[in-house]
Design a protein around this ligand. Structure first.
Ligand SMILES: C[S@@+](CC[C@H](N)C(=O)[O-])C[C@H]1O[C@@H](n2cnc3c(N)ncnc32)[C@H](O)[C@@H]1O
Length: 484
């Protein structure tokens, strides 16, 4: 990729941003496009402007007249051809790759990936080396990732390079890896187009970074569990059995993490017959000695799972659908798979003798970006590990509110709940002691002393209260109702 071509292209598409595309399409066409429907977008892009031509070429995949394409790229027209983004077909030009504006609150980026298959309900069997664009899973991982300033970060299975873009904002050095050579090429182009220095390497899992350590690893690996026969789509399936790819990343993380480092995965796992899913995950995590917080966001039944991934491969209406679907269910039964779990795994190299491992299901909506909560969880875990929870002064979390329920006119509420509006937005019913403790936690007195005062007020035995409520204080801290 000649630097001059990339630089010329960057300059030429300067105004091709998420906001500009959204502005031209309008809300309805924008939402239709998210559903892979282009008709409203076609109607909104008829003015022949350079922006309309770029949207038509890449987002809508409509060939545009050659003069319009040349005008859209301006001095970067030849560069766009050389970089393989577009090709000339008679009097028209069509996109070969997708060039997609992308951004967060602070940045406007572009991502280069393969064209979205299946627009307007077209048949779309995929190329096994298809390089996925930005999916819902990409956005979930981006929101889940902790974002402290770090030295080295690894984007494992980078695809089009989307996570590396985010990492470049808070890591001094970013390494991105992928097994798919097409992905390596496109992730490099994505990084260079955005003027970012990302070290993109080809290879499987941790092989390209053997012997190296990172402060942060994030990955949205190809975690689809499917029968082994037939063509594998590299963006979603591996040659490993079942959910082995996830197990390998979890098991390999420790060797590639600096002290205090984080590894975060968006992942799926098998619910196997006769084995609670929490035990399966614990069996992977415990030998690593890492702190862990696993959140199962969804339990998907097998028919739903098979339908989802058959449709994703463009096989929903293909010949042999019934037999293929049946084969998936037969294979799941043979493997002893009962359902699939999907969610988030956060690992942290805290270096504790007794790692803090938390494995739970939480399907309710969370406050985004939820990565801030994982970072705060790390700080809370350190605080709990460094001293007895009763000897420490805590604050009520800034996002905690109290809700009371009771009969109209009653002097005291029948139920008191505390609710966090941040993080995973947990809620907890509290008794009088817990409510009193929380309202007195303003960072001035250790929790144990507050319990002593409550014992005095309520005529209870202070030793008993400390014994009974010590674990409660730990739980309140673990859930972020109390913070250091
Ligand atoms: C679901 S995509 C994720 C892409 C991107 N990181 C994102 O967040 O959207 C999974 C990526 O992992 C890559 N991959 C597949 N098998 C791999 C392996 N054994 N080692 C490393 N990467 C692999 C695929 O080529 C694909 O780019």
């Amino acid at each position: 990729m000649p630097d001059a071509d990339v630089a010329r292209l960057r300059e030429a598409i300067d105004g091709f941003t998420v906001d500009a595309v959204h502005g031209m399409l309008g809300d309805e066409a924008w939402r239709a496009l998210a559903r892979d429907e282009t008709v409203p977008g076609r109607r909104a892009t008829t003015d022949g402007s350079p922006l309309a031509s770029l949207i038509r070429l890449f987002q809508l995949q409509i060939p545009v007249p050659r003069p319009a394409a040349e005008a859209a790229f301006g001095p970067a027209w030849e560069a766009a051809r050389r970089l393989g983004l577009v090709e000339v077909d008679g009097d028209e030009v069509r996109a070969v790759l997708d060039l997609r504006p992308y951004g967060d609150e602070q940045h406007d980026w572009w991502v280069v990936c393969d064209l979205t298959p299946g627009l307007d309900g077209r048949d779309h069997p995929r190329d096994p080396l298809h390089v996925l664009g930005i999916s819902e899973a990409s956005s979930s991982l981006a929101q889940l990732t902790v974002r402290p300033q770090v030295g080295r970060a690894l984007d494992l299975g980078t695809g089009c390079g989307v996570q590396a873009l985010h990492l470049a904002g808070h890591a001094r050095q970013v390494v991105a890896t992928d097994l798919n050579p097409r992905a390596v090429r496109l992730a490099r182009l994505t990084a260079e187009l955005n003027g970012l220095d990302v070290d993109v390497r080809e290879g499987s899992l941790f092989e390209p970074v053997a012997g190296e350590r990172f402060d942060l690893i994030c990955t949205n690996p190809p975690f689809v569990v499917s029968p082994p026969e037939g063509e594998r789509l590299v963006y979603r399936e591996t040659g490993f059995d079942g959910d082995e790819v996830v197990r390998r990343i979890v098991s390999g993380a420790d060797a590639h993490l600096e002290d205090g480092g984080w590894c975060q995965l968006l992942a799926a796992w098998i619910h196997a017959e006769g084995e609670p899913w929490q035990e399966r995950l614990a069996g992977w995590i415990e030998p690593t000695g890492l702190d862990a917080w696993v959140v199962q966001r969804e339990r998907v039944d097998l028919p739903e799972y098979a339908e989802m991934w058959l449709a994703d491969a463009g096989l929903r209406h293909a010949p042999g659908h019934v037999e293929r679907y049946d084969r998936w269910l037969t294979w799941f039964a043979e493997q002893g798979v009962e359902a699939m779990g999907f969610g988030w795994i956060t690992l942290r190299k805290a270096g504790r003798e007794n790692p803090r491992v938390r494995i739970e299901e939480w399907t309710a909506p969370v406050a985004q970006p939820v990565g801030t909560e994982f970072l705060a969880w790390g700080r809370r875990a350190d605080a709990l590990a460094s001293s007895d929870a009763l000897d420490r002064c805590w604050h009520v979390g800034p996002d905690v509110v109290q809700e009371t329920v009771g009969r109209v006119g009653a002097e005291d509420p029948a139920v008191i709940r505390v609710v966090r509006h941040g993080g995973l937005r947990p809620a907890r019913q509290v008794d009088t002691i817990e409510a009193g403790l929380l309202s007195a936690c303003d960072g001035e007195l250790p929790a144990g002393r507050i319990l002593d005062a409550l014992a005095h007020l309520l005529d209870r035995d202070p030793a008993e209260l400390r014994r009974d409520y010590g674990p409660v204080v730990e739980e309140l801290v673990a859930d972020g109702f109390l913070v250091p």
